[in-house]
Design a protein around this ligand. Structure first.
Ligand code: NAG
Ligand code: NAG
Length: 358
């Protein structure tokens, strides 16, 4: 099991945004360079971290989170757009798509800039390609873009897998016609008639209509939520951490990234950053030694134990439900050996590696 699970977020649409006005969070007042969250967020952040490590199959071993992609590139992200739509696409629209992606990604990245050794002051986002049903949909100049008519096994436009990070997590793009410079890290997958959204290390999927009608909005909240998944953040369908009730990853509760979302993102960064050989941080020797010792001990023992327990529990649950996978559960995909039917929902194809009960 890997992180390419699809997280279907139909709940995002169930609340009108008007009801969110009261929940608009304050702007971030001061950037903090170390792990020092506001006191009211300490407990819920710990709960979230413990829950993620307990329920993800390999939380600290998985190597294709958004952080990994940024670091592998040396500080940028390339996107490819899957234009899973019957609409044409003008040059003006493409410029808006790029601006929307850049604006949205920046809202997350800004939480990492200046924090705990994150080495970049910005993370430029570029779109290197489009996958279309027909090249005639792509109006105007194609300059700067690779245009793909490749399809996935479900017949849906897909950017060339030879150029995709999801398919080449070792960073070897020798088979990509344009080489590493033309590779893409994430896909923005826009599907006609798609409600809610889905996100993972492979990118984000949202409805074409929703995206185009919100393309100039400051906060395209479903996209922001799905980008959170690309950076390892979880959903909160069945529980809520203590004392926090409005944040973008709690679908439908916030139209903006809140302080709590930002600190959840930072929590992942501080746990993952040791894999990046960032060099010596400017702190005292004493402090550094202490921190390293603590961090090494905790994930290695506690996390593994917890994860094993949870996996067992989950396997038992799955096995006993003869009716198939639960709602949101996996029900198909390459190498999937679990149930291929759903106890609740319909088994829905997402990509060659993943089908999900929705
Ligand atoms: C797309 O553009 C082509 C011409 O380039 C036109 O024939 C077709 O009707 C357009 N399709 C839509 C859905 O607008
Ligand atoms: C599926 O299994 C094959 C053979 O073990 C392996 O090479 C491949 O990477 C696996 N694919 C995925 C998506 O895990």
């Amino acid at each position: 099991m890997h992180f390419s699970r699809l997280l279907q977020d139909s709940l995002v649409l169930t609340l009108g945004l008007a009801s969110l006005a009261a929940a608009m969070p304050k702007q971030i007042v001061a950037r903090q360079s170390t792990w020092n969250p506001p006191s009211n967020l300490v407990l819920p952040l710990q709960q979230v971290w413990d829950h993620e490590v307990a329920t993800y199959s390999n939380a600290l071993g998985f190597n294709n989170y958004g952080y990994d992609q940024v670091m592998a590139n040396g500080g940028y992200l390339n996107f490819c757009v899957r234009w899973d739509s019957s609409q044409n696409l003008s040059e003006a629209q493409r410029a808006q798509v790029l601006t929307a992606l850049q604006r949205s990604m920046k809202k997350w990245i800004d939480w990492l800039v200046g924090f705990d050794g994150f080495p970049y002051s910005s993370v430029p986002v570029n779109i290197v390609g489009y996958a279309v049903k027909s090249t005639s949909q792509f109006q105007g100049s194609t300059s700067g873009y690779d245009i793909y008519t490749t399809k996935d096994s479900g017949g849906i436009p897909e950017c060339d897998p030879r150029c995709g990070r999801f398919f080449h997590q070792d960073g070897n793009y020798n088979s990509c016609p344009g080489g590493a410079a033309r590779h893409y890290d994430m896909s923005l997958w826009l599907t006609d008639g798609f409600g809610g959204g889905a996100g993972g290390d492979w990118g984000q999927r949202i409805g074409t209509e929703y995206f185009l009608s919100n393309i100039n909005s400051e906060n395209i909240h479903i996209l922001l939520h799905e980008m959170g998944h690309s950076f390892a953040l979880d959903d909160f369908y069945d529980w809520t951490p203590t004392g926090v009730s409005n944040f973008i990853m709690l679908a439908g509760s916030s139209s903006v990234i809140t302080d709590f979302d930002g600190w959840m993102l930072r929590d992942w960064w501080r746990h993952l950053k040791t894999r990046y050989n960032l060099g010596t941080p400017v702190t005292t020797t004493t402090a550094r030694t202490t921190t390293t010792a603590t961090r090494t001990t905790t994930p290695a023992t506690t996390a593994t134990a917890v994860r094993t327990t949870t996996t067992t529990t989950r396997a038992t649950t799955t096995g006993s439900s003869s009716g198939g996978s639960p709602l949101w559960g996996q029900c198909g995909g390459a190498n999937w050996t679990g149930p291929t039917t759903c106890a609740q929902g319909t088994c829905t194809y997402s990509n060659p590696y993943y089908s999900q009960c929705l």
